[in-house]
Design a protein around this ligand. Structure first.
Ligand code: CUA
Length: 378
C-alpha cells in the first residue's frame, strides 16, 4: 500500500500555536528594525547614498531577524516534540519524509525570490557608488601614507594636508590610492569605504548632505601607527592623534574660502614629478636592504619566480640573468640601468601598469638597493 506521505506526517499538536507565536515575535523584530534608532550605533548619515545604505541595512536586519526566529523556533519546537522517548528502541529512527513537491516548490521559490530581491536592492546602491557618472562631479583624490591621509584638488597645486573639505550638496568623485602599503579610507558618517592600494586607483561617488565634521578612519592594518589613523580616538594625554583627520562638509561659501586658501598657500608648489632622466646612481646599492624593500614594496605584485609566474606583474627571479628574456618588458636590454629606469618612471604597456617611483614612494637610494638585490637573483 502506498501511503500519502504529505498527510501521513504529523507536525505535532502544538505546531500552529508555535507558528502563531513565532509570527508575532517576527513582527515585533521587523517593526523594531524598521524604527530602530541607528544613530545609537552609527553616526547620523551625512551623505547620499548613505540613507539608502541604512535602508538596506534595516531591510536585511528585519528579514534576517524574522528568518532567525522561524528557523530557530521550529528547530527548538521539533527537537522537543519529536525527541526520543524512553519506550523507543535503541535503533529507532524518526519519520522519513521525501517527495513532498508542494513543500519543495515553496522552499525553493521563496529563498530564491528573496536572494534576487536582495541582489537588486544591493546592486542599485553599488551602481551609484561605483559606476554612475554624476554631472558636475568634483573630482578629488586621497592618498594613504604611513600614517596619515593627503588630498589633491583640481585647482590646487601639490597636496592638501590635514583636513579634507567638501562643499555640501555637490556630487563628489573620490579617487583613492596609497603611496606605501594598503590602507582603507572609511567615513562612517557617509557609510562609505574604499581600499587604498599602491598602484591601483579605487573610486567612490557620493554627495555630502549635511554640514559638519566627520572622522576619516583607516580600516586596513597598515603598520605600527595604524590605530593613529583614526580621528575619534584621542592620543596620549587626550590630544588628537598625529594622524587624526577629519572630513569637513562646508557651506559652498566656506568651502570656497578654504579652497582659495590652499590655492594661495600652494601657489608655488610644483606639480611636476621629479625629473626622470635615468640619473639614479646605482653604485653602493645594498642588496640586503633591497631584499627587505622588495618584500615590502614589490612582493604584492611580483613573485620571486621565473618571468611567466605572474601575480600582477611578471616574476622577477633572474630578471637580469634570464637568457630566455634578454629584454625587459619595455623592450630595452635587461641591464641594471634599464631596470632602474623602469623603477623610476614606471611602466605602462602590454604587461599592465606599474606606478612610478614617486607613487611607489621609492627614493633613488631605494632604487639602487632594489637593483642590487635583483642582480643577485639568478
Ligand atoms: Cu592606514 Cu591602517
Amino acid at each position: 500500500m502506498v501511503e500519502n506521505r504529505a498527510t501521513a506526517v504529523s507536525l505535532g499538536r502544538g505546531f500552529w500555536s508555535v507558528t502563531a507565536v513565532l509570527a508575532v515575535l517576527s513582527v515585533i523584530g521587523i517593526v523594531y528594525w524598521l524604527v530602530a534608532p541607528l544613530g545609537t550605533v552609527m553616526p547620523i548619515v551625512a551623505a547620499e547614498p548613505g540613507a539608502q545604505v541604512d535602508a538596506l541595512l534595516r531591510f536585511m536586519a528585519a528579514s534576517g531577524t524574522a528568518l532567525f526566529i522561524f528557523v530557530g523556533g521550529y528547530l527548538l519546537y521539533f527537537s522537543i516534540t519529536f525527541r526520543a522517548k524512553a519506550s523507543d528502541g535503541p535503533d529507532a529512527v524518526g519519520v522519513q519524509i521525501h517527495d513532498n513537491h508542494v513543500l519543495e516548490f515553496w522552499w525553493t521559490l521563496i529563498p530564491t525570490l528573496f536572494v534576487v530581491l536582495l541582489s537588486i536592492l544591493s546592486v542599485r546602491i553599488w551602481y551609484e557608488i561605483q559606476v554612475a557618472q554624476p554631472p558636475n562631479g568634483l573630482v578629488v583624490e586621497s592618498l594613504g601614507h604611513q600614517w596619515y591621509f593627503t588630498f589633491r584638488y583640481p585647482q590646487v597645486n601639490g597636496e592638501v594636508t590635514g583636513e579634507m573639505h567638501l562643499p555640501i550638496n555637490q556630487p563628489v568623485v573620490l579617487n583613492v590610492t596609497s603611496s606605501d602599503v594598503i590602507h582603507s579610507f572609511w567615513i562612517p558618517a557617509f557609510r562609505l569605504k574604499a581600499d587604498m592600494v599602491p598602484g591601483l586607483i579605487n573610486t567612490i561617488r557620493f554627495t555630502p548632505t549635511r554640514v559638519g565634521r566627520y572622522p576619516i578612519i583607516c580600516t586596513e592594518f597598515c603598520g605600527t601607527d595604524h590605530g593613529m589613523m583614526n580621528a575619534t580616538v584621542p592620543g596620549e594625554g587626550g590630544k588628537p592623534n598625529a594622524g587624526a583627520q577629519w572630513l569637513v562638509v562646508d557651506s559652498p561659501a566656506d568651502f570656497q574660502k578654504w579652497y582659495h586658501g590652499w590655492q594661495v598657500k600652494n601657489a608655488n608648489v610644483s606639480n611636476a614629478l621629479p625629473t626622470t632622466t635615468g640619473t639614479v646612481n646605482l653604485t653602493g646599492g645594498d642588496a640586503s636592504a633591497g631584499q627587505a624593500l622588495f618584500a615590502q614594496k614589490c612582493s604584492a605584485c611580483h613573485a620571486l619566480a621565473p618571468f611567466a609566474t605572474r601575480i600582477v606583474g611578471p616574476g622577477l627571479k633572474g630578471v637580469l640573468h634570464d637568457p630566455t628574456h634578454p629584454n625587459l618588458v619595455d623592450g630595452d636590454p635587461a641591464t641594471p640601468a634599464n631596470v632602474a629606469d623602469i623603477l623610476e618612471k614606471g611602466y605602462t604597456g602590454d604587461m599592465g601598469h606599474m606606478p612610478d617611483a614617486t607613487q611607489n614612494g621609492l627614493s633613488s637610494k631605494d632604487i639602487a638597493n632594489l637593483v642590487a638585490y635583483l642582480n643577485t637573483l639568478k
